[in-house]
Design a protein around this ligand. Structure first.
Ligand SMILES: NC(=O)C1=CN([C@@H]2O[C@H](COP(=O)(O)OP(=O)(O)OC[C@H]3O[C@@H](n4cnc5c(N)ncnc54)[C@H](OP(=O)(O)O)[C@@H]3O)[C@@H](O)[C@H]2O)C=CC1
Ligand SMILES: O=C1O[C@H](COP(=O)(O)O)[C@@H](O)[C@H](O)[C@H]1O
Length: 473
């Protein structure tokens, strides 16, 4: 039997992401339906039917899933409790034992998911361990970013959690690790050593651009965003994770630890971001959209950064000398996430007269696509006429059947946590090294550079990207 317990069940994330993902797992038969129970836990005093009803607007079953939805909801219950009182957890243990009473309790698994502000993690983690913990690897705790607010606080959080929990019981979510293209990247690279991965090193690559552009602004999240900004929000976590998968060497095996060992090796060999070599910006009104400071609750003095461009180097054999340039922002022209490895031009031979910023790109969203741009001779031309061409692997076209059943990242991660596979979760040392890399640019004393909402970022970023990526055009 699996009991999946959602702390903070009354909140935004639980409704938006957690319960819909749990329903999908159930509907797709990815869990044993007969022995799967979901319990919402929060302080808000809600009756079970009221809580179940509150999920209706968020879970969107297909027409033919109506019966499954009712079945799923009948397995969702709700418990009102505190996060800082032992009595609540003692009561909760009785509640869970009662729920699990008709099953073989020596085989039961409890997965605790903390959709809570991080300030509650340690207290809740301690009480779970003291009062509702099952031994023998049958308890897992999933936590959400942010894992601290800088290097020092992340170490403290780790140490506090490790007083009771072993590392292999803690599952730190970074949902980017469960995006299609990121899951696919090791296969695309290491299963194709003579083609794709053969290109990905400092013999062929002159620079790498990891971009995470968001079309949306910070509406509805200013309380969180104003103290965190873009570096804490996405660069230290999602973009670092993309970076490690994009830069790592082939792991010795597919075991979670071998994979994460290679990712950590990259982070350890990586330089630290500096304020001197970064562009930090904040959106102002433009293109018919309001600016960051126009949002309710934002002070006119706010220095929160909503745009960043920065550059890192990896000091290892594969990547020595290749700049990894990151750029990310809110309220940009469009949303797109991609890794682009820019390829070197020819230095000798018969084609040195043509040069272009050719690249191999892995697009994470909105489309999942691998593109290799290259020169070709113009067809039907008897003379040598180099033109730009491209080789494309578009997931929607080549895997049309599979892409019809697209799964949300949370669904994939919950299934992995239930199965006990931590590969797509973040290990403690990954978090620490990533904080260390970005510590200097977390809180800049400088005024962020303005850029119009709906644009491509601060005007200074254009030149920055061009020169750091060594672009010709
Ligand atoms: N929302 C999102 O899309 C994402 C959120 N996250 C992370 O997930 C976690 C939860 O996010 P979200 O659901 O948006 O947060 P909410 O603000 O909605 O909080 C979730 C629940 O936690 C309880 N809560 C709120 N404030 C406190 C507090 N100060 N102390 C203890 N409990 C509190 C409330 O439940 P009650 O009072 O009923 O107990 C609330 O319903 C956060 O760590 C966030 O950073 C990560 C990625 C995306
Ligand atoms: O964690 C976060 O991620 C989202 C972007 O996730 P996506 O799956 O929609 O690309 C980001 O908008 C948000 O600010 C951040 O907290």
């Amino acid at each position: 039997m699996v009991s999946f317990i959602v702390f903070g069940a009354s909140g935004h994330l639980a409704h938006q992401k957690t319960f819909p993902a749990l329903f999908n797992l159930y509907a797709r038969n990815c869990v044993n339906r007969q022995s799967f129970y979901v319990v919402g836990y929060a302080r808000s005093k809600l009756s079970e039917p009221d809580f179940q009803n509150s999920l209706k607007d968020f879970i969107k079953p297909e027409q033919e899933q109506a019966k499954l939805y009712d079945e799923f909801i009948s397995r969702v219950s709700y418990f009102t409790g505190q996060y800082d009182q032992a009595d609540s957890f003692k009561e909760f243990n009785k509640y869970l034992e009662n729920l699990e009473k008709n099953t073989d309790q020596s085989k039961g698994l409890r997965v605790f998911y903390l959709a809570l502000p991080p300030s509650a993690y340690v207290s809740v983690g301690n009480f779970i361990h003291d009062h509702v913990y099952l031994p023998d690897g049958r308890t897992r705790m999933i936590i959400e970013k942010p894992f601290g607010k800088d290097y020092d606080s992340s170490i403290k959080l780790k140490e506090d959690l490790h007083k009771k929990w072993s590392e292999d019981e803690i599952y730190r979510i970074d949902h980017y690790l469960a995006k299609d293209m990121i899951i696919n990247l090791p296969t695309l690279r290491f299963a194709n050593p003579h083609s794709l991965d053969a290109l990905l090193n400092n013999h062929h690559v002159k620079s790498v651009n990891i971009s995470m552009w968001e079309g949306g602004g910070c509406d509805g999240r200013v309380g969180y965003y104003d103290i965190n900004g873009v570096v804490r929000d996405v660069l230290q976590n999602h973009m670092s994770q993309i970076f490690t998968v994009a830069a790592m060497d082939e792991p010795k095996s597919e075991s979670p630890d071998d994979v994460r060992y290679e990712k950590v090796k990259v982070l350890k060999a990586t330089s630290h971001a500096s304020l001197k070599d970064s562009i930090l910006g904040q959106y102002v009104s433009g293109n018919g959209k309001g600016g960051y400071k126009d949002l309710e609750g934002v002070s006119k003095e706010s220095k929160a950064t909503t745009y960043v461009a920065t550059t890192l180097f990896v000091d290892n054999e594969r990547w020595k000398g290749v700049p990894f340039v990151f750029d990310s922002g809110k309220s940009l022209e469009r949303g797109r996430v991609e890794i682009k490895y820019y390829l070197k031009g020819k230095e000798s031979g018969i084609f040195t007269d043509v040069n272009q910023d050719h690249y191999i790109s892995f697009s994470v969203q909105p489309n999942q696509e691998v593109v290799l741009t290259a020169f070709a001779n113009k067809p039907m031309s008897s003379e040598r006429t180099c033109v730009n061409a491209s080789l494309n692997l578009n997931f929607k076209e080549q895997f049309s059947e599979e892409m019809k059943n697209k799964r949300d990242a949370y669904e994939i991660l919950f299934e992995d946590a239930i199965r006990g596979d931590p590969t797509k979760f973040v290990r403690d040392d990954e978090v620490e090294y990533a904080w260390r890399i970005f510590d200097e640019i977390l809180d800049s004393p400088n005024e962020p550079l303005p850029y119009p909402a709906g644009s491509t970022g601060p005007k200074e970023a254009e030149q920055y990207l061009k020169s750091h990526l060594k672009l010709i055009q």
